[in-house]
Design a protein around this ligand. Structure first.
Ligand SMILES: Cc1cc2nc3c(=O)[nH]c(=O)nc-3n(C[C@H](O)[C@H](O)[C@H](O)COP(=O)(O)OP(=O)(O)OC[C@H]3O[C@@H](n4cnc5c(N)ncnc54)[C@H](O)[C@@H]3O)c2cc1C
Length: 560
């Protein structure tokens, strides 16, 4: 068994009494994306892995990838030496190696709707990645998840499809997983990625009731076909809706007071448009009536019918397959690691679909768990202290996601407030990828992953821009302002003015970002932006951001 970037330790015999002899090193419950990646990497390093997945249809037809998720997949592929995983990081890679049903994110657009009124072109924001950079993929998850399980098998993992774990019993020597049918699985370590109904959470009574998360939303989701492209719905006003990137060339996030509707095109590559499919995720306040009164389809139609532009877009759209409905999205656990086990993905808790932070968090967890687990297997040392940092990391991510989702949802009261929040987030995302890109570039040139490990303990880990005190304060102040709006103690106009002013006055936000003008609708990064940013890093940028900018831009230029 190999442990990347560490001296290989001899793998001792797997321990166990005759009755409890491990049949594998690691049992992975659940067979979706993060579980599939983890199983693949562990198996590629010689671990004996058994994946137990009941093969139930996907609970959630999610498809959106979060910001930086592709970059993270590239890091995992290289750090853990499984080049096939890198295919998932690009649209072309997915098309060539996995499935032709894939979305291309050429831009992400946020469009604010008001009941009874057509979409106002002044109330939208489009975020465009740097010109010429390849689009991130959006996944058609049934096919990507199945591909990953096959990949794990190719690397040597045993995959039990259609096997339901009925009971999970951890002890000091390992974990026993009993199945509805067939022999139990005995493992030296268990990773439970079986989603919100995790048998381990049930067995150990880990559920946090009530949840500590403050966001309170619920979601209806499905795949659809026949969603009209926005540009065709607003074709009578082409000048007003002219945008740097055609609206249908990326995700559209329709926002209204208390409502978020994400439409992720999965058939927009190589050409925009097409019949679909589309990943459609509607998120509303958890308290909103409807989940029991109406069918999901009827509730979806009723909400969409309030907004004329949306109504036109969805008029001929039809759901493909079942709807997934939650009564409340948020759930959490008290502990995510313990003796011989770790929770992964939604088994460890879930906040909200906003910008897919759940998926990024699961991928981040795979990244920080894998090297520890490989070492633990090699040294036969599973002391909980080894895994405690994974738990702290994951809980910190969840709490940051909660703050972000609550802030975003509260900002829906008003389009200007929403826009000001998007400005704050975009500042974070523009810088937030740099630490990982720099560490990744260093890893590529030296083979040493110590900088990647150091990212785990950056201050404010889990936030969109970890490691920077000024951004953390800006984010926190924005969250407080949005909470005041939600509580009715601050009006949305004053709130948005305050947030725009904070962005304008933040010494780490350069003029090159063009966030000083609240009327800006298109947030673009051009070669000129990069050049101005580079110059600013030498002349004028504060000391706590200048080296990061220079390092980040260098990594970008090297193709990071
Ligand atoms: C309505 C909704 C919409 C969402 N939309 C998005 C989105 O657009 N983008 C995004 O990134 N995230 C989205 N999410 C979040 C996303 O669904 C999860 O973060 C992601 O699915 C986590 O995957 P997972 O592998 O942890 O769990 P799951 O996807 O729940 O997978 C668990 C797996 O374990 C299997 N399993 C369960 N119990 C057992 C058992 N006892 N024995 C064996 N196997 C078992 C299940 O069949 C399943 O295959 C959404 C969530 C909700 C609730």
């Amino acid at each position: 068994m190999t442990s990347p970037s560490s001296s290989p330790d001899p793998a001792p015999e797997a321990p166990g009494t005759p009755d409890s002899t491990p049949t594998c090193d690691v049992a992975v419950l659940g067979g979706r994306l993060s579980a599939g990646i983890l199983a693949t990497v562990l198996a590629a390093h010689g671990a004996r892995v058994t994946v137990v997945d009941d093969g139930a249809p996907p609970a959630v037809p999610q498809s959106a990838m979060g910001v930086h998720a592709s970059a993270l997949i590239r890091v995992i592929a290289e750090r853990y030496e499984v080049p096939e995983l890198a295919h998932l990081a690009t649209v072309d890679g997915v098309r060539e190696h996995v499935t032709t049903t894939v979305g291309a994110e050429h831009a992400h657009s946020f469009l604010y709707h008001r009941p009874g009124r057509p979409l106002n072109p002044d109330e939208l924001v489009q975020v465009c990645p740097p010109k010429g950079s390849p689009p991130d993929p959006h996944y058609y998850r049934p096919e990507v998840d199945a591909h990953l399980l096959r990949l794990a098998e190719n690397k040597g993992a045993r995959v039990l499809r259609g096997a339901k774990a009925t009971e999970v019993a951890p002890d000091a020597e390992g974990v026993t997983v009993r199945l509805a049918e067939g022999e139990p699985v005995r493992a030296r370590f268990l990773v439970d990625a079986s989603g919100p109904d995790s048998p381990l959470v049930e067995r150990l009574g880990l559920r946090e009731e009530p949840t500590r998360f403050t966001t309170s939303t619920r979601t209806l989701a499905t795949h659809m076909r026949g969603v009209r492209p926005l540009e065709s719905v607003v074709a009578d006003r082409p000048e007003e809706f002219r945008s740097p990137v055609a609206w249908s060339r990326g995700s559209n996030h329709h926002m209204a007071d208390g409502v978020r509707l994400s439409v992720i095109p999965l058939g927009n590559h190589p050409e925009p448009g097409g019949d679909g499919p589309f990943g459609v995720t509607l998120t509303v306040d958890a308290g909103t009536a409807g989940s029991t009164a109406n069918s999901p389809e009827a509730e979806f139609r009723e909400i969409v019918s309030r907004f004329p532009t949306l109504a036109a877009q969805f008029e001929g759209a039809r759901a493909e397959g079942e709807w997934t409905v939650t009564t409340r999205d948020q759930h959490s656990v008290r502990e995510v690691v313990g003796e011989r086990w770790c929770l992964l993905g939604d088994a460890a808790g879930y906040v909200d679909p906003f910008i897919s932070r759940g998926l990024s968090t699961a991928l981040e967890t795979v990244n920080v768990l894998t090297w520890r687990l490989l070492r633990a297997l090699a040294r036969d040392d599973f002391t909980p202290e080894r895994f405690a940092p994974v738990g702290e990391f994951l809980l910190a991510h969840q709490d940051a996601n909660d703050q972000l989702a609550a802030m975003a949802h509260a900002s829906l009261r008003d389009p200007r407030l929403l826009k000001s929040v998007l400005f704050v987030l975009e500042v974070g995302f523009r810088y937030g990828g740099f630490p990982m890109m720099i560490a990744h570039a260093r890893f590529r040139s030296t083979g040493d992953d110590s900088e990647l490990r150091a990212l785990e303990t950056l201050p404010h880990t889990g936030h969109v821009f970890p490691g920077h005190e000024g951004f953390y304060r800006l984010f926190g102040a924005t969250a407080t302002i949005c909470a005041q709006v939600r509580a009715g103690t601050l009006d949305a106009d004053t709130a948005s003015e305050r947030v725009f002013r904070m962005v304008r006055e933040a010494d780490f936000v350069p003029a090159a970002f063009e966030f000083r003008d609240p009327s800006v609708r298109f947030l673009r990064i051009t070669p000129v932006t990069m050049l101005r940013l580079a110059l600013w890093s030498f002349r004028g940028a504060p000391k706590d951001i200048a080296p990061l900018i220079r390092g980040g831009l260098k990594a970008v230029l090297r193709g990071g």
